[in-house]
Ligand binder design. Structure first.
Ligand SMILES: [Mg+2]
Length: 260
């Protein structure tokens, strides 16, 4: 009797042993944006921001919050302060806001999990990359470090990321300057200096693309936020995808590495 052959479905992602062949002799440093690239807070971030704003300023955020499109937290706060008629904030306001925001995220962590979500494909992609011995992953985000830690931990995404070597909104107001912070921290911790060609940013806004290019590194644009693929392409993204769910990250990295 003939036995039916066992048909093995090919894995959607390349196997850990052979995704890049000889293309990658050094480590590759992948830096993830957080909001709308890995996760969405679906209103909880705005609620937390409003609570922290009121604690830090002593007044409600009656005129609302400025639109966050790849801004660093200090820029988002400054624009929101202006929107709400606070034109000359005192020196300690940002620090008060940061403390209050982290505390509010901790307070609302359960709600964050319930209302927010990990974006499709994000966890699978983080995990697949984490199995690669030559790939280091962290974040490059406009969030402050405290806020990023709470948000990523709430969804369990921090297990794939080395947050000690990331860069955050409380490092610098300019997103492009954050690449340097991640580079310095990775060098200090890992003893390895990453050249520009070995650093890849992944983000959802033209500001992510601009930040990477000003810093001399390449950027994968993911249209999982407000910016469609065409907008990310116009901004100059080195590779664009609709969603992490439809993409094979190893194929993308292979293309980028071949072109370097
Ligand atoms: Mg984003």
């Amino acid at each position: 009797m003939d036995e039916k052959p066992i048909v093995e479905r090919p894995p959607k992602l390349s196997t850990p042993s052979s995704p890049f062949g000889d293309m990658m002799s050094n480590h590759l440093f992948v830096l993830w944006d957080v909001d709308h690239t890995l996760l969405e807070t679906r209103g909880v971030g705005r609620k937390v921001f409003a609570e922290a704003f009121e604690i830090a300023t002593g007044q409600p955020m009656f005129a609302g919050m400025a639109t966050a499109l790849g801004h660093t937290e200090p820029v988002l706060l400054e624009e929101t302060l202006h929107l709400n008629g606070i034109l000359c904030p005192d020196d300690g306001l940002f620090e008060r806001f940061v403390r209050a925001q982290v505390a509010a995220y901790r307070k609302h962590a359960e709600e964050l999990c319930a209302r927010g979500r990990v974006l499709p494909g994000a966890e699978r992609t983080l995990e697949a990359l984490s199995h690669q011995p030559n790939i280091i992953q962290s974040v490059l985000t406009g969030n402050t470090r405290g806020a990023a830690e709470v948000k990523l931990a709430a969804f369990g995404l921090d297990r794939w990321l080395d947050l000690d070597i990331g860069a955050y909104g409380d490092d610098d107001v300019n997103r492009s300057a954050l690449v340097g912070f991640a580079r310095q921290r990775s060098e200090a911790k890992l003893g390895e200096a990453f050249p520009d060609s070995d650093i890849i940013l992944i983000g959802d806004t033209p500001r992510d693309v601009e930040a990477g290019h000003l810093a001399g590194v390449r950027v994968i644009g993911v249209a999982s936020g407000a910016s469609p693929v065409q907008e990310l392409q116009s901004a100059g993204a080195d590779y664009t995808i609709e969603s992490l769910d439809e993409a094979d990250i190893f194929d993308i990295l292979s293309v980028l590495l071949r072109s370097s």
